[in-house]
Design a protein around this ligand. Structure first.
Ligand code: SF4
Length: 101
């Protein structure tokens, strides 16, 4: 029988903010650029994603999470990947698989 007493406790509290995310009702494609997207189409999609973030009640914890985990792709907490990159600095960007809330 597996002894689960040594395992860390549930960390659900760390993810509770995602339950209130405004983007839960939005299309993931709005937050991540498709291959080959450039120019006006890219800018328009990011602007639409940012408008969702602007009315999101959990924007602050979302942004903090994306900075802490160095989320490499997409719009998180109202910032694009390039904007987060600028906040973190070039040496701190680490590509990783993304998982949208
Ligand atoms: S702030 Fe984060 S949780 Fe809220 S809509 Fe934007 S990406 Fe989603």
């Amino acid at each position: 029988m597996t002894d689960t007493a040594r395992l860390p406790g549930a960390a659900g509290h760390a993810w509770q903010w995602q339950l209130r995310a405004a983007c839960r009702e939005a299309d993931d494609d709005l937050f991540y650029h498709p291959p080959g997207e450039r120019g006006a189409a890219h800018d328009a999609r990011e602007a639409r994603a940012k408008r969702v973030c602007a009315r999101c009640p959990v924007r602050e914890p979302c942004l903090a999470f994306s900075l802490r985990t160095r989320e490499a792709y997409g719009v998180w907490g109202g910032l694009t990947e390039d904007e987060r990159h600028a906040v973190l600095g070039p040496a701190r960007r680490t590509p990783r698989a993304h998982a949208r809330h």
